[in-house]
Design a protein around this ligand. Structure first.
Ligand code: ATP
Ligand code: MG
Length: 406
């Protein structure tokens, strides 16, 4: 059986972007390289019209599954590379069509020649190769309009390529072409979905995760890492930023009334995320807030939390129902990680009944009891940045810590 040697990749929406086209293509090429880096033999090249993924012996199906997830790809076709020789081509089309044949199958050969030195032109090629197919399969029918199989033959400088499949890609824009944003990533269901949707429109996300050891476990941190790794398959490596949040949560708990714990906590998270964004030159903040989902996610609450910054806050899932969010979480394979029972910092310090209608005046009064600037500065100074790649393995250290806990 013949083996696919390369995959031809067609670009998505970026073709409409005029002079930015090369920037988009180069970004997509980088992203494809990152995502496909789990297959050491695979090589990626890209020109103005399409990209090429050279398999070098790697299993086509695995690579195809990865390609289907990468934003900015419209469609792709696996192809066979053969010698530029008429007899070899005849044998190849016979073999391919025989493997596809079933009763009543219709086909056409569609040839293209970029090597004009080749002995046959595209019309002649269509005839010669069509006849070869009839020779092998006398019952097959040729059909010019909407055949079941269009077997494309391309004669290039270095070799000939044959392909007949066209597989739909993920669409969207290449990650990174829209600029950078900070994703507030908890271990829950919603924020990874929000991150996925931001990636889809080309935002290069960095994941900001608040951890409050020893109240939060290494398991909660590992969950956030694992979720981030799931998000790398759409466009490549993601910076993971762990923020030490224990001191702030203890301070709030000690000095503010129960009902306002949540609002104050969220305002600190927002301030810190915004400071990190500024330092790392992000343009926006992204979070997983969904309107009305929990008592803390009322419009009044959003307003009180949002009041600490003028930076745009993108909330991709804000109007979705929980079931709609879960559908996406299942599709992107984050759901099973999100439902692992490791408490994050908010569940542990969460009051039973948070204020659904917090008053800014009260919020500010409670915050005046705290050294807000000092607390924010210390948290920002203590961040730990790790690059998560598609193949990053959890460090033994974290696994050991979890083993100790269980
Ligand atoms: P999620 O499912 O994303 O945890 P949620 O429904 O639990 O969301 P909240 O707990 O109210 O909602 O959190 C709202 C948003 O605040 C989250 O979607 C996330 O963007 C951010 N957030 C909450 N906790 C953390 C955390 N520990 N680290 C980073 N961001 C957080
Ligand atoms: Mg949560």
């Amino acid at each position: 059986m013949m083996q696919y040697s390369e995959i031809m990749v067609r670009y998505g929406e970026l073709s409409t972007k005029g002079k930015n086209r090369m920037r988009f293509i180069n970004q997509l090429k980088r992203n494809m390289k990152h995502v496909l880096s789990v297959y050491p033999e695979v090589r990626v090249a890209a020109d103005r019209d399409r990209a090429h993924v050279y398999l070098n012996g790697t299993d086509y199906h695995l690579v195809a599954e990865s390609l289907k997830q990468i934003f900015g790809i419209q469609a792709f076709s696996p192809s066979y590379k053969v010698e530029k020789d008429v007899a070899v081509l005849e044998k190849a089309v016979q073999e391919i069509m025989t493997s596809l044949y079933r009763d009543g199958l219709t086909f056409k050969i569609s040839s293209k020649r970029s090597d004009h030195q080749f002995e046959l032109d595209s019309r002649e090629l269509n005839q010669v190769l069509g006849s070869a197919v009839f020779e092998a399969l006398p019952q097959i029918q040729a059909q010019m309009k909407n055949p079941d199989i269009t077997l494309k033959v391309e004669i290039r400088e270095e070799a000939a390529y044959l392909s007949y499949e066209n597989i739909k890609g993920a669409g969207g824009l290449p990650v990174g072409t829209a600029g950078k944003g900070m994703l507030m990533l908890s271990g829950g269901i919603d924020s990874p979905v929000a991150g996925y949707l931001a990636l889809k429109r080309g935002v290069d996300i960095e994941a900001v995760h608040f951890a409050s050891p020893p109240y939060t476990s290494p398991g909660a941190l590992k969950k956030a890492h694992d979720l981030t790794r799931k998000l790398t398959k759409f466009g490549g490596n993601i910076q993971f930023i762990e923020v030490p949040f224990t001191e702030i949560q203890e301070e709030i708990k000690a000095k503010a009334p129960e009902a306002y714990l949540m609002t104050l906590t969220r305002r600190f998270m927002m301030r810190i995320t915004d400071r990190i964004r500024e330092k790392r030159e992000g343009l926006v903040i992204i979070n997983g807030e969904s309107l009305g989902q929990v008592a803390s996610q009322t419009l009044e609450s959003m307003q009180a939390i949002n009041a600490v910054t003028a930076t745009p806050v993108i909330r991709p899932v804000v109007t979705m129902d929980k079931l709609e969010i879960i559908d996406i979480a299942e599709k992107i394979d984050t759901f099973n990680i999100s439902i692992q029972p490791f408490e994050d910092c908010c569940t542990i310090f969460a009051p039973d009944r948070p204020k659904t209608n917090p008053k800014i005046k009260n919020v500010e009064q409670y915050e005046s009891r705290l050294d807000v600037d000092g607390l924010v500065a210390r948290a920002v100074a203590g961040i730990k940045v790790t690059e998560i790649t598609p193949q990053t393995q959890e460090t033994d250290e974290v696994d050991d810590l979890i083993a100790d806990l269980l």
